[in-house]
Design a protein around this ligand. Structure first.
Ligand SMILES: *[C@@H]1O[C@H](CO)[C@@H](O)[C@H](O)[C@H]1NC(C)=O
Ligand SMILES: *[C@@H]1O[C@H](CO)[C@@H](O)[C@H](O)[C@H]1NC(C)=O
Ligand SMILES: *[C@@H]1O[C@H](CO)[C@@H](O)[C@H](O)[C@H]1NC(C)=O
Ligand SMILES: *[C@@H]1O[C@H](CO)[C@@H](O)[C@H](O)[C@H]1NC(C)=O
Ligand SMILES: *[C@@H]1O[C@H](CO)[C@@H](O)[C@H](O)[C@H]1NC(C)=O
Ligand SMILES: *[C@@H]1O[C@H](CO)[C@@H](O)[C@H](O)[C@H]1NC(C)=O
Ligand SMILES: *[C@@H]1O[C@H](CO)[C@@H](O)[C@H](O)[C@H]1NC(C)=O
Length: 394
C-alpha cells in the first residue's frame, strides 16, 4: 500500500503539474519510482532477458495465435510450480538467515525447496502462462512476501512488487494473459495462520488501483479475448476471517484450500456452486503409495503415471471444465530423499536411467499434441529444452 501510495501521489502530482507548468520533472520521478519497484521485484521476478538471449520470440506471444472467443479452459497452458523458488540456494538461504533465525526456522537442504532455475521473467518469455506463487507475511508481519514452506524466498520482492512486474510485462505483451495462482503458505513458522490481518493485507494488494486495472475483474474463467493484457487471479486462499463482502469483492476464481484434497491424483473441485464450474486437479506431489525404501525411479514412475492419466482425462474432458495437472513432485521423506529436481529431471546417474518426469512425459505430450490439456504445471520447465513447446503441442 505504501508503494502504491507513492506512485498514485506521483502520478496525481504529475497530472496537476502538467496542467499548470507542463514540467517533465514529476514524470521522470514516476519513471524512477517504477524502476525502483521493478528493481525490488527482480529478486523474485528476475530481470527481463536481453533480446539476444531469448530462445524463441514467438513463444512469448503464443496466445496471439488463438481467437478471442477461445475459452481459457479450452487452452493448453504451461505453468511453473513454485515459480518464486528459481534462485533458492545455499547462498540465498544463508543471506536470509538473520530473518529466518528470528522465526526459529530449522531449514532443510536448499534442494528440498527449489523447484525452478529460470526466473519468472524467463518463464513468461518462454511461454509459461500460469504462475504458482505462495505468500505469507514477512518476519515483521507487515507485508506479504514469498515462501516455500518455512523457506523465506526473498525480502525486497513482496506480492505487491511482483504484481507490478507482471503488469509491466503484460503491458509489453498485450496479446497474452497470465494466470496468477496465489496460495497462502501455511507452514512458514510455528503458529502461522491465515488470520484476518493476513487476509486484509492480501485483499488490499488485490484491490489497489493498479490491481483493479490489470487484474481481470470477472469471477469466472471467460474467454481469452477478455483476459488479454490482464492477469487472472486463481485464489488458492480463503477470506474466511473477514466479513463476506471481502470475498465477494475479489476478482478471479476460488479454488478453495478447504476443497483441495491434499496430495491427491484426482481432485474434483466445484468452484462456483451457482454455475457448477468445476476443476479437475491432479496434485499428487508426493507419491506415497510407493514404499519409503523405494528408489528414485519408482517414485518418478508413480508420479508419471498420475500425470499421464490426468492428461488423458483432460484431453477427453469438456472444454468448459478446468483441468490442472501438476507434473511437479518430490519424495522428501524417502530413505534417499527425492528432491523436486530429481523428480523432474532425474539425478543424472544410473539411479534414474530414463531421466525424470519431464523427460519421460515427452511421449505422452507427443501422443496428445493438439488436444486440450488444460493447465500443465511443471518444475524446472526449462529442461528438456523443448518441454514448453511439447506441452503446447508445437
Ligand atoms: C519457435 O516456436 C515456433 C512456435 O512454437 C515454432 O514453430 C518454431 O519452429 C520455433 N523456432 C525455433 C527457431 O525454434
Ligand atoms: C541469486 O541469489 C544470490 C544469493 O542471494 C544473489 O547473490 C544473486 O544475485 C541472485 N541471482 C539473481 C539472478 O538474482
Ligand atoms: C524463538 O525462540 C526463542 C527462544 O526459545 C523464543 O523466545 C521466541 O519467542 C521464538 N520466536 C518465535 C517467533 O517462535
Ligand atoms: C459464480 O459465477 C457467476 C457468473 O460468473 C459470478 O457472478 C459469481 O460471482 C460467481 N460466484 C462465486 C462464488 O464466485
Ligand atoms: C478421477 O475421477 C473421475 C470423476 O470422479 C473418474 O471418472 C476417473 O475415473 C478418476 N480417475 C482416476 C485415475 O481415479
Ligand atoms: C478418450 O476416451 C475414449 C473412450 O473412453 C478412449 O478410447 C480414448 O483412448 C480416450 N482418449 C484419450 C486421449 O484418453
Ligand atoms: C528401482 O526399484 C525397482 C523396484 O524394486 C526395480 O525394479 C528397479 O530396477 C530399480 N531401478 C533402479 C534404476 O535401480
Amino acid at each position: 500500500m505504501y508503494l502504491l501510495g507513492i506512485l498514485t501521489a506521483l502520478i496525481c502530482a504529475h497530472r496537476a503539474l502538467a496542467l499548470t507548468t507542463g514540467s517533465p520533472y514529476t514524470s521522470s520521478l514516476a519513471q524512477h519510482a517504477l524502476q525502483k519497484v521493478l528493481h525490488d521485484a527482480s529478486e523474485i521476478f528476475g530481470l527481463p532477458a536481453p533480446p539476444s538471449t531469448r530462445t524463441n520470440v514467438s513463444l512469448s506471444t503464443w496466445m496471439s495465435t488463438y481467437p478471442d472467443e477461445a475459452l481459457l479452459t479450452s487452452l493448453t497452458i504451461p505453468g511453473a510450480h513454485d515459480a518464486a523458488t528459481w534462485n533458492y540456494s545455499g547462498a540465498r538461504q544463508a543471506a536470509l538467515r538473520p530473518v529466518t533465525d528470528l522465526l526459529n526456522a530449522s531449514l532443510s537442504d536448499p534442494r528440498a525447496y527449489r523447484c525452478q532455475r529460470r526466473s519468472v521473467a524467463a518463464a513468461l518469455e518462454a511461454g509459461v502462462r500460469f504462475l504458482d506463487l505462495r505468500y505469507a507475511p514477512d518476519a515483521t508481519g507487515t507485508r506479504l512476501v514469498f515462501w516455500h514452506r518455512d523457506a523465506l524466498l526473498g525480502e525486497a520482492a513482496g506480492v505487491e512488487e511482483l504484481l507490478f512486474a507482471v503488469f509491466a510485462w503484460l503491458r509489453a505483451h498485450a496479446s497474452e494473459a497470465v494466470l496468477l495462482s496465489l496460495q497462502y503458505e501455511g507452514a512458514t513458522r510455528a503458529g502461522a495462520a491465515n488470520s484476518a490481518a493476513v487476509q486484509r493485507m492480501l485483499f488490499d494488494v488485490l484491490t489497489s488501483p493498479a490491481a483493479r486495472s490489470h487484474l481481470l475483474q470477472t469471477r469466472a474463467l471467460g474467454t481469452l479475448g477478455e483476459a488479454r493484457g490482464k492477469a487472472v487471479v486463481v485464489r488458492r486462499f480463503d477470506m474466511d476471517q473477514l466479513p463476506a463482502e471481502y470475498e465477494e469483492a475479489l476478482p478471479g476464481v476460488h479454488l478453495s484450500p478447504a476443497q483441495w484434497v491434499d496430495n491427491s491424483a484426482n481432485i474434483t473441485l466445484v468452484y462456483n456452486q451457482s454455475t457448477g464450474a468445476t476443476a479437475y486437479i491432479e496434485d499428487l506431489y508426493s507419491p506415497d503409495s510407493v514404499p519409503l525404501s523405494a528408489n528414485a525411479s519408482s517414485n518418478i514412475a508413480a508420479k508419471l503415471e498420475a500425470v499421464a492419466t490426468h492428461l488423458h482425462e483432460a484431453a477427453n474432458g469438456s472444454e468448459e471444465d478446468l483441468f490442472v495437472t501438476f507434473a511437479s513432485g518430490q519424495r522428501l521423506d524417502a530413505e534417499i530423499p527425492v528432491y523436486p529436481e530429481t523428480m523432474a529431471l532425474g539425478s543424472g546417474t544410473k539411479a534414474t536411467p530414463d531421466g525424470g518426469v519431464n523427460q519421460q512425459l515427452l511421449p505422452t505430450l507427443k501422443e496428445l499434441a493438439g488436444r486440450r490439456l488444460g493447465i500443465v504445471v511443471l518444475d524446472f520447465w526449462d529442461e528438456p529444452g523443448a518441454l514448453v513447446e511439447a506441452v503446447l503441442g508445437l
